[in-house]
Write a protein that binds this ligand. Structure first.
Ligand code: DGL
Length: 270
């Protein structure tokens, strides 16, 4: 039994969509969440920059005694997961776009994938697509601007609606009947995506699979917390963005009052 926190991070608030699933599955665990909002989006930054940033944030989380790390960002996973696993002893659980389940679900055999330019350009992503493209067509759709809008916390904004129309319509025109949300920010606007795509289109993400994998890894490494004796489990929130506006956005998206702390000064420089 181990009641140390699990560290979870993303370029911003997108990883909250992953934390929601994890919290449901692991009600007794404590969490430290880092949103690197001052440096979002990661999707248009060089891979090596993202890798170094992920190392620095993971070090911060392990300094806070994190017993496991969840890389709740597809772009960061593509850029950094191998290096993180070679540098840190803690289990590192990372994202994978839900390509395999999408290939299983699609009847039209056309799947649209919404992701960042960084994820789509990565080698890891190409390898994943190659594994399943023998009998299914995958259309990769980068979505510039979407993460920045979601970071504002106004999930029903007209700007988001316009961007979604622009990115989803061409996929539907090419008969995609399944959409993969390949960026952890996008499940936060799943309802808007579904309403544009229509009821006959499957909209899926990899968040539940990550929660299941985290549970499996905690059990395997005997790191689970099964004790209820130290009171209610907690989530602590940190951000590289302005703490007051970060607290407001977290509070809205997490449905609970959140006081975000600012990351230490050494993490505030590029
Ligand atoms: N949530 C990140 C992802 O899953 C967003 C990337 C970004 O900051 O561009 O890819």
């Amino acid at each position: 039994m181990n009641n140390n926190p699990i560290g979870i991070f993303d370029s911003g608030v997108g990883g909250l969509s992953v934390l929601q699933q994890i919290r449901r599955r692991l009600p007794l665990e404590n969490f430290i969440y880092v949103a690197d909002s001052a440096f979002a989006p990661y999707g248009d930054k060089p891979e090596l920059w993202v890798e170094q940033r992920c190392i620095d944030i993971t070090r911060f989380l392990t300094d806070q005694q994190a017993k496991a790390i969840v890389l709740a960002c597809n772009t960061a996973t593509a850029a950094a997961v191998s290096r993180l696993r070679s540098l840190f002893d803690q289990p590192i659980v990372a994202m994978e776009p839900a390509i395999k389940p999408a290939a299983g679900l699609s009847r039209s055999r056309v799947v649209g994938i919404l992701a960042t330019a960084g994820t789509i350009a990565s080698e890891k992503y190409s390898r994943l697509i190659n594994r399943f493209q023998h009998d299914c067509r995958f259309i990769s759709q980068p979505c510039p601007g979407l993460v920045e809008e979601i970071e504002q916390g106004q999930l029903n904004s007209a700007a988001i609606e316009i961007l979604l129309q622009k990115y989803i319509t061409p996929l539907l025109d090419q008969h995609a009947d399944t959409l993969v949300l390949g960026c952890t920010h996008y499940p936060l606007i799943a309802e808007q995506i579904k309403s544009i795509a229509g009821r006959s289109v499957n909209v899926i993400d990899g968040n539940a699979a990550v929660a299941a994998e985290l549970e499996r890894q905690l059990l395997q490494h005997q790191l689970s917390n099964s004790s209820t004796s130290q009171g209610a489990p907690v989530e602590q929130f940190w951000s590289s963005g302005n703490p007051a506006s970060a607290s407001g956005i977290f509070t809205r998206l997490w449905n609970n009052t959140v006081q975000a702390s600012r990351l230490p000064a050494e993490l505030m420089q590029e």
